[in-house]
Design a protein around this ligand. Structure first.
Ligand SMILES: O=C1O[C@H](COP(=O)(O)O)[C@@H](O)[C@H](O)[C@H]1O
Length: 260
């Protein structure tokens, strides 16, 4: 387990640009040292803001897009192409404008795919895809992702792990179907906390006033069942990327307010 480190940016635009620059560097470094890179994307406003900032960054051309594996932390279980699907939004923000290898874009299944309404079967299929990609050097049945990004919800949810729901209590499986999510749509697929913790680096993104309470709770010693964001950490690094609004309720010991 790595102790969370905090980086607070002035506003959400700057946060998105700085996080995009950080991600470019991380991908380029991973490709240089291991030949390829693997990144887990998040949905939500902050995740999509980062992808849009990456699309606009000239340095995006430093990435060898053909040697990048993309995975998702969660998906809203909706038909292919639905505008609310995380992959649809990621495609619009960035993926459609860069030369990715389609074989390395590992979208989660859609509700009109081979598993139909059986979200458990869809989750199992994604777990099998992850297991296939995991090599002997990996720890368990998921690849060691270079970076796994998570948007933090106002209720402290990450991926589709909502407080107190069964998915956040999962200790064995790497991917689960989620039923009755409090945020629409109610049916989703999510990586579990054990799968998230297999990543080298976990980056939690929180921008905006509506994330301030969630960040303060998750970073103040809350339990992961009540505050799933508190249970998301990487093997080597856990990084919270915030804007000043989201950092405004953090305990002074974590983020002292700027002196006048
Ligand atoms: O529904 C979801 O919400 C969270 C957070 O989204 P935000 O818009 O409040 O930033 C996101 O991390 C997750 O991937 C997504 O499915």
């Amino acid at each position: 387990m790595s102790t969370p480190q905090l980086v607070v940016h002035h506003d959400k635009e700057l946060m998105a640009q700085a996080a995009a620059a950080r991600l470019i560097t991380k991908i380029v470094d991973s490709q240089a040292s291991r030949g390829s890179a693997s990144v887990v994307l998040t949905g939500g406003r902050n995740g999509n803001g980062l992808l849009a900032a990456l699309a606009a960054a000239p340095a995006r051309d430093a990435i060898d897009w053909s040697r990048l594996d993309l995975w998702w932390g969660d998906e809203r279980y909706l038909p292919e192409g639905d505008p609310e699907r995380n992959v649809t939004q990621a495609r619009a923000a960035l993926l459609d404008s860069v030369p990715l290898d389609p074989e390395r874009v590992h979208a989660m299944p859609a509700s009109d795919g081979p598993h139909g309404t059986d979200v458990e079967a869809a989750a199992e299929a994604y777990a099998a895809e992850l297991a296939k990609a995991a090599g002997p050097e990996n720890h368990g049945s998921v690849p060691t992702f270079d970076v796994l990004m998570l948007g933090v919800g106002p209720d402290t949810h990450v991926a589709s792990l909502f407080p107190e729901l069964p998915a956040v209590r999962e200790t064995e499986r790497t991917v689960v179907g989620v039923h009755g999510a409090p945020k629409p749509p109610p049916t989703r697929i999510s990586l579990t906390l054990p799968a998230i913790r297999a990543a080298r680096e976990v980056w939690l993104l929180a921008a905006g006033e509506d994330k301030a309470e969630a960040a303060a709770i998750a970073l103040s010693g809350a339990g992961e069942i009540q505050a799933p964001a508190a249970g998301a950490y990487g093997r080597a690094r856990t990084l919270w990327l915030l804007d000043s609004a989201a950092a405004s309720q953090l305990p002074r010991s974590l983020y002292p307010p700027a002196s006048p």
